[in-house]
Design a protein around this ligand. Sequence first.
Ligand SMILES: [Zn+2]
Length: 301
Amino acid sequence: MFPQIVSRPTLVLCLLAAAPIALSDEIPQTAPAAKSFRIGKLELWSLRDSALIVPNDGSVFGKNTTPAAVAQVLSAAGAPTDKIPLNVDVLMIRIPGHLVLLDAGWGSAGHSVLRQSLASAGVSPDSITDILITHAHSDHVGGLVDEQGHPLFSKAAVRMSSNEWAFMQSQDDTRTLAAAIKNQVRPFEPGAQLLPGITPIALYGHTPGHVGYEIVSEGHKLLDIGDLAHSSIISLAQPNWTIDYDGDKLQGSQKRRAELQQLATTHELMFAPHFPFPGVGHIERSGEGFRFQPQLPSTPH
Ligand SMILES: [Zn+2]
C-alpha cells in the first residue's frame, strides 16, 4: 500500500526539522489529490499533502498502555496491528474575497505534494489570501516556506493564536521558520470570528496554543479539529490513551475526550488532517469511546 519508503539518511535529516516525529516513523510517497464539497454556501476542498506510518511499538500511541492493547483496538476495527498510517491533509475554503488554507502541510521535509494538490484544484500559491494555522508542528507549518526557506504563500496573511506564535518562536525546530514568515503573521485570541463564517476555538493541550476552526454557513457547520485526534481508530476508541505528540499529555487527552463527546452529541461535521483522506465525517459514540463515520457532504458542480 505504501511501496516507496524514504531511505533512513533522508529521514534523519527530516527529523531535525520535525519535532513530533519519532526516529522509527516512515514517510511514504503520497499522490496529490483534491476533493471538493460544500458547507452551506461555502465551497471547501480537502487537499492531500503527505503521510506518515507510525509503528505500534509504544513510542507514539498508547503511551500509558501497551502495544498489545493498542493492537487489540486496531484488530477490532479490521486494521493492521503493527503499523498506524496517518494522513497529512489540508483544508481549503473559498469565501467572498478570500481563498483560505487551514494549515500549510509539511513542506519539503515531509515530501509535500500540497502544491500539486492545489494545482489540481486550479489554485496557485499566490492566490491564497489567508492561512489559518491550527498549531506550529512541522507537519502543519513546514509548508509555509519553499525548498529554499522563502515564504511560499507570499501574498497570504498567516494567522495563529498568540500562544502558538510565542511557542513557535521559542522552539529550536521552528525558530528559523518563524523568522522567515514573521512579516506575514497576525496573531489572534481564539473565540472571535476571524473571517466571515470562520472562528478559531481554543483546544489547548496538544500544544500551548492549539486551536480548531469552526466553519459556519447557512446553519451548516464543520469543525476542523486539528490534532485533537491523530488516528481515526485509536484516538477515538480510547481517547484517554496518551500520545507522544501531545505536549501536555493529560490536558491533551482530557480535551480530546470532552470535544469528541461534544461532536458525538451535536453530530456536527468535522475534519481531521490526519484521518483517512478526505478526513471529513461524523463522530459517533461506540462502547466507552467513539468511532469515525466518514461522510462527505454534497459536492459542488
Ligand atoms: Zn499533526
